[in-house]
Design a protein around this ligand. Structure first.
Ligand SMILES: Nc1ncnc2c1ncn2[C@@H]1O[C@H](COP(=O)(O)OP(=O)(O)OP(=O)(O)O)[C@@H](O)[C@H]1O
Length: 254
């Protein structure tokens, strides 16, 4: 039974078709990498799933609930591409604010929050206002805000952008750990190394979902020997026109 069902989601702004009848399903406990060229609609799609962007047609169901729905608020974790933090508030104040929004009892999230702060090496900054943070510290806090309430669907827009290699590794280990206990991840990234960690990949181009599948599904569909070459091929191939029978070559990981 799929945890997330996206059915023919279409977004049109005036004459611009930003999402073109996008349909896919995602199972529990999987890490899904969403990739594609700049401007292909990745951010628009994840914002629609997170309930913060409207769309013209189609439906989105999360855990059998039609989105958007307030019942989903606590089940979702979302990290935007550009930080949406309050400059005058500290990390601690951000966490308290969001815990209040999710109605989390303090003793429930405190231990988890401390673990995450340590993981991203922000413990020393917890009482300092965000306007004293570097850009990558802001990314790290945004990531914690997407994870600390143990959501079942975690949606992250380029989560490791600007972070050092060692921290990227630690963060991906955490994603894997959470997926192993049932969390679903949708991670926007164009980094081949990160895409290779994912259970399943989704490739969006010009608002259309061209392929959903594993790395080997991608290579089989494109006829290329590696994911990197497949992505280069898909990116340079006008509208994916030469991708034959994408629908038929689409596979689910489960
Ligand atoms: N509200 C809007 N009104 C008009 N055009 C929009 C709107 N939102 C997004 N777009 C356009 O839709 C297209 C897809 O944008 P989106 O940010 O979703 O792409 P993306 O794949 O996430 O790009 P990137 O990788 O560069 O972040 C772009 O051409 C963008 O300019």
């Amino acid at each position: 039974m799929a945890y997330l069902n996206v059915n023919q989601v279409t977004k049109r702004v005036k004459s611009h078709l930003i999402l073109d009848s996008v349909s896919f399903s995602i199972d529990k406990g999987t890490i899904n990498g969403l990739t594609g060229p700049s401007g292909s609609g990745k951010t628009t799609l994840i914002k629609a799933i997170a309930g913060i962007e409207t769309y013209t047609k189609g439906t989105i169901e999360i855990d059998d609930i039609t989105a958007p729905d307030r019942k989903l608020l606590r089940r979702l974790g979302y990290m935007p591409q550009t930080n949406a933090l309050f400059p005058d508030l500290s990390a601690d104040q951000h966490l308290k604010y969001y815990a209040g929004l999710y109605k989390l009892p303090r003793n429930k999230y405190l231990k988890r929050t401390n673990e995450l702060l340590q993981m991203v090496k922000l413990s020393d900054m917890v009482h300092k206002p965000v306007n004293t943070y570097s850009e990558d510290m802001k990314r790290r806090l945004s990531l914690i805000l997407a994870l600390f309430h143990t959501p079942s669907l975690v949606i992250l827009d380029n989560p490791t952008s600007g972070l050092d290699m060692a921290l990227k590794e630690v963060i991906w280990q955490e994603f894997t750990k959470l997926a192993n206990i049932g969390a679903v991840f949708i991670i926007v990234t164009n980094l081949t190394k990160e895409l290779a960690y994912c259970d399943q990949l989704l490739y969006l181009k010009n608002g259309k979902l061209l392929i959903q599948g594993t790395e080997s599904d991608f290579n089989q569909t494109t006829g290329k020997p590696s994911l990197e070459e497949s992505l280069i091929f898909l990116g340079s191939n006008e509208d994916g026109a030469n991708i034959s029978n994408c629908e038929e070559t689409t596979h689910s990981n489960h």
